[in-house]
Design a protein around this ligand. Structure first.
Ligand code: OAD
Ligand code: ZN
Length: 256
């Protein structure tokens, strides 16, 4: 019944927006941050990934960062049927944008066109001094090699253009979100007749403020295996796996 309700709300919506979190990539083999199998806790300490640590202890930061990256994105992980369903809904004119907290780039890879990456993209690194961005993998490989060889001189990695410090092109704890991307996301949320919050605990601000903004004017739907911070405001709750809900939703709207 909730799925039918959501399909009909989307069919009627002038503007529909999705906000995704780690849960949409979990079926691809990317671990989540919170909850039972989340990496924050015994495995990794979020305090180690603050912008202040990168400034204070860049070599240590980069060692931990490459470990985290390799844990989050094992070789061969790729988008799943839930990402594909969102791309199909957009192509069919049923969805206007995907706002994501994920840094895996899976929405664009699955064919979504209007994608707002609130927390950046882990496949890139950026130079703190000159701003140049480049693929992360060669930088990660340098860090792995230095760590294996016990070669502390080779750390931290620096910008090949200007020698400045490098940073993963993601939002670290203690940093603000890319301003214009977040402003666009807020405008989409405010305009939305249907706002779909998918696979996110909705615990991290300011991303978690988007469903609050949306709920004021439209239908808020939540797709999650578990409860979230925003369940109390939701009009429609689907407590199920993203790979069950989203392909079925696309099928109902003839978008598959
Ligand atoms: P969380 O790890 O906090 O939440 C993941 C959510 O996905 C949980 O609510 C799960 O119940 C749900 N979930 C897991 N598997 C699912 C499935 N197959 N189907 C449906 N739901 C599922 O992840 P986020 O909310 O994305 O920040 O976390 C937000 C931010 O916190 C991340 O972007 C990251 C982290 O610190 C940065 O990296 C800046
Ligand atoms: Zn540089």
């Amino acid at each position: 019944a909730a799925l039918a309700e959501l399909a009909s709300a989307l069919a009627d919506a002038e503007t529909a927006v999705a906000l995704t979190g780690a849960g949409i990539s979990a079926p691809s083999g990317v671990p989540t941050f919170r909850g039972e199998d989340g990496v924050w806790g015994d495995e990794f300490d979020p305090e180690d990934f603050r912008i202040g640590r990168l400034r204070r202890d860049p070599a240590g930061f980069w060692r931990d960062r490459v470990d985290l990256h390799d844990r989050l994105f094992p070789d061969g992980v790729e988008p799943n049927s839930a990402h594909e369903a969102l791309a199909s809904l957009e192509a069919a004119g049923r969805l206007d944008a995907v706002v994501t907290q994920n840094t895996d780039g899976f929405h664009a890879a699955a064919g979504s066109e209007t994608v707002l990456e609130l927390h950046g993209n882990a496949a890139r690194v950026a130079c703190v001094d000159c701003g140049a961005t480049r693929p992360a993998e060669p930088v990660h490989e340098r860090v792995r090699t230095a760590v294996e060889a016990g070669d502390d001189e080779a750390l931290p990695p620096t910008c090949p253009d200007c020698g400045g410090p490098l940073k993963p092109d993601v939002v670290l704890f203690g940093e603000s979100l890319p301003r214009s991307t977040f402003q666009r996301a807020r405008a989409f949320a405010a305009d939305s007749d249907v706002f779909l919050a998918i696979g996110s605990s909705l615990e991290v601000e300011p991303a978690a403020s988007l469903p609050r903004r949306a709920a004021a004017g439209g239908t808020l739907a939540i797709v999650n295996l578990a409860s979230t911070r925003a369940d109390g405001r939701a009009d429609i709750r689907l407590r199920a796996d993203v790979t069950d809900v989203l392909p079925a939703l696309a099928a109902r709207l003839d978008a598959d």
